[in-house]
Design a protein around this ligand. Structure first.
Ligand SMILES: C[S@@+](CC[C@H](N)C(=O)[O-])C[C@H]1O[C@@H](n2cnc3c(N)ncnc32)[C@H](O)[C@@H]1O
Length: 234
């Protein structure tokens, strides 16, 4: 793993084994907030939320979600999964943006993750399974999650986490009125998800590359004009 600066000043990384970046070079922080956190929490607006974060990576999606829920008094349980154990051990020293490190006890979180314990802090919790995502998802109850962050490496590099079996599994573990957020706008991925039962929305924020929302039991999504978000059902 090599650290890289992204355009918004936040730090991400490059993975030599996958030959892929962990985030859009325009900004790790911006990508996490605008592709995942804002759509997720604005559409699933409930006092108690369960998220599956596929996969933990550098932890931006999970940690920002915990910080957001803590600040806003939302009860949140996050389940995540990561196969790269050396990465999880290295993250104690990762230079997270202050929006994360000011709100959360980073050392305690990584102590829990690296010792197979659930991190709990008043209304929020994080449970990171260290292993393969497909095995982990197969152990989850049906109709359990409100939100999935689908954030594996790109479909060409991480094929098993974008195929039909994977989306059928996600459909099973998501409850009615739930969403999947992803940075991918690949037609093939959208077609697979639609075939598996999801509604598909193109997601556009400002001048950034389009992402996609997949929904189960949600047919309309209001645009968030104040933050220049638009969703178009495909
Ligand atoms: C794009 S990164 C995730 C970025 C992360 N969501 C974040 O916010 O920083 C993809 C991650 O998926 C992990 N990964 C790839 N295949 C996996 C699998 N089969 N099971 C679990 N983790 C996997 C990689 O090790 C990598 O850390």
């Amino acid at each position: 793993m090599r650290l890289v600066y992204t355009d918004d000043g936040s730090i991400s990384a490059y993975n030599d084994a996958y030959n892929d970046y962990y985030h859009d070079k325009k900004g790790a922080l911006i990508e996490s907030i605008y592709k995942h956190i804002i759509p997720a929490f604005s559409i699933i607006n409930k006092p108690y939320i369960r998220i599956l974060d596929i996969c933990f990576g550098l932890g931006y999606n999970s940690l920002l979600s915990l910080a957001f829920a803590k600040k806003n008094g939302i009860r949140l349980d996050i389940y995540s999964v990561e196969i790269d154990l050396p990465l999880l051990r290295a993250l104690y020293d990762f230079p997270y943006p202050k929006i994360i490190s000011n709100y959360l006890e980073i050392d305690r979180i990584f102590d829990c993750i690296n010792n197979d314990k659930i991190f709990v802090d008043s209304n929020i919790s994080l449970n990171v399974f260290r292993g393969d995502a497909i095995n982990f998802i197969n152990t989850m109850d049906s109709s359990f999650f409100d939100i999935v962050y689908q954030d594996a490496f790109s479909p060409s590099k991480n094929q098993l986490l974008w195929n039909e079996n994977h989306f059928l599994s996600l459909y099973r573990i998501l409850q009615n009125r739930s969403i999947i957020t992803t940075y991918s706008s690949a037609k093939k991925v959208r077609d697979i998800a639609r075939f598996c039962g999801f509604s598909v929305f193109d997601m556009k924020f400002n001048k950034f590359k389009n992402g996609t929302l997949f929904t189960k039991g949600i047919d309309n999504i209001n645009n968030l004009d104040s933050v220049q978000f638009s969703y178009v059902k495909l």
